[in-house]
Design a protein. Structure first.
Length: 222
């Protein structure tokens, strides 16, 4: 879901989900300097993650194609091409759910910085029956409705792969002997519920997955 991590950034810094701040959620403006993946390096330390987050927040760079509040539609949206159905309405409850997911992740020490190298992208886990009946039949020209249906479904789960660009292994490919770093390694697969009072679960990958990157779950479409 190419725009999904933009939703996280736009909504997290708002108001704790009581009332979303429409004035701060502006669309991409002419002349803005975009954030690029090249702005973040790999094999970061925890200190570097924090420093980069502060530096990026204070910079003039902004997310391209980000979610924003569309006053004509009276809805939060994220942009999509006309060939894929145009703007996607973001249900307000879903936006509040994302805010709560991220807040809980910080409260519990699952994340350290709201940037792509730490928590900044997600995946949907869509119940397979719902996917086959409601999603699969829709053509790409209605892609905006696909997103909307997914975000409205209370049985959908949201997977956050955190610590994406942290360095966990030493030169011998062994997990670095640091308690905080190991905590981040073993809690890096956050699964949030798409409900008004959402919670987070921690999943772990199979032993064969040295990066502990969670994959598909039986019964769900990734």
């Amino acid at each position: 879901m190419k725009y999904f991590y933009n939703i996280i950034f736009v909504f997290y810094s708002l108001t704790g989900a009581a009332a979303l701040d429409t004035k701060r959620c502006l669309p991409e403006l002419p002349g803005e300097i975009p954030v690029y993946s090249s702005d973040y390096k790999w094999d970061l330390t925890l200190d570097e993650i924090t420093d980069i987050a502060i530096s990026m927040y204070r910079s003039e760079k902004r997310l391209a194609q980000r979610a924003y509040y569309d006053r004509s539609m009276k809805s939060f949206v994220f942009p999509e091409g006309e060939s894929l159905g145009g703007k996607v309405r973001i249900p307000e409850q879903f936006a509040k759910t994302i805010v709560k997911h991220v807040e809980k992740a910080f409260e519990r020490g699952y994340v350290d910085a709201l940037i792509f190298p730490d928590i900044g992208h997600s995946h949907f886990l869509v119940p397979m029956d719902f996917y086959k009946q409601e999603i699969e039949p829709l053509p790409l020209s209605q892609f905006n409705f696909i997103y909307q249906k997914i975000m409205q479904n209370k049985d959908v789960k949201v997977v956050y792969h955190t610590a994406e660009q942290l360095r966990f292994m030493d030169e011998n490919k062994k997990l670095i002997d640091d308690k905080k770093l190991q905590w981040r390694f073993y809690t890096r697969n956050l699964v949030g519920h798409n409900t008004p009072e959402p919670d987070l679960e921690i999943f772990n990958a199979t032993a064969e997955n040295s990066a502990n990157t969670m994959g598909e779950i039986r019964g769900y479409r990734w």
